[in-house]
Design a protein around this ligand. Sequence first.
Ligand code: PLP
Length: 360
Amino acid sequence: MSRAYNFCAGPATLPEPVLQQAREEMLDWHGTGMSVMEMSHRGDEFVEIADTAEKDLRELAGVSDDYAVLFMQGGASSQFATIPLNLLGDKTSADYVNTGIWSKKAIAEASRYGHVNVAASSEADGFTSIPDQESWNTRADAAYLHYTPNETIGGLEFDFVPDSGSVPLVADMSSTMLSRPLEVSRFGLIYAGAQKNIGPSGLVVVIIRKDLLGRARKITPTMMNYQVFADNDSMFNTPATYSWYLAGLVFKWLKAQGGVTAMGEINRRKASKLYGFIDNNDFYANPISPRFRSWMNIPFTLADDALNNAFLEGANERGLLNLKGHRSVGGMRASIYNAMPEAGVDALIDYMTAFAKERG
Ligand SMILES: *Cc1c(COP(=O)(O)O)cnc(C)c1O
């Protein structure tokens, strides 16, 4: 068996050593005679797995004791409702920045629970850049300011952390979490669906400043209440134990790679290689303003859309999988998260070179 290079945007490729370790431990975790999947979440073994994962994540991302780390379910999309239900408090309005499809989904869901003020939008330029913060129409009485640091579908990424003053800053880091160093203290809340850079889908990691706990509206479902999760170590009900365990293995792997500083350097190198190739080849193009190009998701088009299927077929034959762009954007998209080795990017560039030569 040989593993392909999987460029899927999510669920995304996982580090091979992590999958191998999971296989080794599948039937019998550390001599317990049980799979992690079969363990009581309240037993000593799983509690140790859960605590270690949290400790490693805190170390990797630099999360202080001022923050609670929650392992929740329902993916990032469930947070689109959970956030306003918990953070609006006695306020009526929240600020949102609209930089693409995921921002829009967050805005649509939050609008069901309160007033959304779209403080800035790059829709007019087709979501190819980030509006300068000086032009944002933020409000001092907003309950929070929400933005999407990396738009997974458009391939648009912030290269700065917005200044939200005393208003809590909320970030959907689903596709950029742990890909580069992060200053957690700038944020009120960070959330990330796991299936891009952390582990299996369904799990969502939430990092919340403790003073923002306890503000949930009365109608907030218990299973969406951050305070309940913080008070119960994310075990009010049965957590997604196996996903939590796999996330823990990914955190250990990241630490062994040198943590987020080392990852950031590798990711910068992988991305500049691929963008550099695209920019120097007439056959391929990427529409995003260079300053705001994503390190994680790289959409590109071919000179002739009629060649898309042939491109994808040839890629599949070479074990370069899931390069088809999102249906709303078209073209191609290469997602090169932490777990995509640099050799995968090299193999993609080799193939793109050969294809352009043959068909261009
Ligand atoms: C993938 C993604 C989501 C949705 O995650 P689900 O776990 O499918 O709900 C939300 N926001 C961003 C930025 C994403 O990349």
